[in-house]
Design a binder for this molecule. Sequence first.
Ligand code: BEZ
Length: 260
Amino acid sequence: MDSTTGDLKNHWNAELYDSKHSFVSELAANLVELLSPKPKERILDLGCGTGHLTHKIATKGAEVIGIDSAPTMIEQARKNYPQLDFDVVDARNLPFLEEFDSVFSNAVLHWIKEAEEVVVGINKALKPGGRFVAEFGGKGNVKAIVTALYNALHKAGYPPDATFNPWYFPSISDYGSLLEKHGLQLTFATLVERLTPLEDGEQGIQNWLKMFANSFFNGLSTEVQTSILADIKNQLRPVLYKNDTWFADYKRIRVIAIKL
Ligand code: BEZ
């Protein structure tokens, strides 16, 4: 975001993602431990972004392929790790058939409202007995931010419009039922609050909104965006700003499921 104009328009800017949102992959480092990749295992990293966790998995000796629907992310992933295999693939239409010992996914499934199509594809991609290990936003994720965003839009004369909300934040029970409906047996599930510090001091919350919530601002003039942003900051400062740092009120689901 240009902090002087408050312009919030952005679409999967891989450079911004790597420079200001590295916490996304850093926080998930222990998700790779939950995956526990073994040498020679074939692993699909679904929604690999700029490839940092794909690389971490590869360092364990696994044969990993990273996929993402955003060509900009794959381009950056290939630059970051030219020795690894990356491809542009839509998670709603996975083309793999019983190829993988594991499907891994961090911080991407909350972007895909067609969750059932994704689960069907994951089940198809796994070998029998293979595992699905994932983390993503669960029920109540970024609730304070979303509430402030809707309030500010409403006050500026833009009533709530669910079509602008790009996120899928299911409960554990809903997501577990979906997995089991499609032949994936849930063996582990948690929903945890994770207040997450954002980089860049005072700019932290607007960087986050630019990167992740830009669909709410499409079509609004720069002036309107600037005033909505100021309103959001006023509402959130007492709850999400401490010691010169903004926080995001993440609430994350972690699941492990086994293909029957
Ligand atoms: C998350 O990582 O939980 C998240 C990221 C962007 C928007 C909403 C949630």
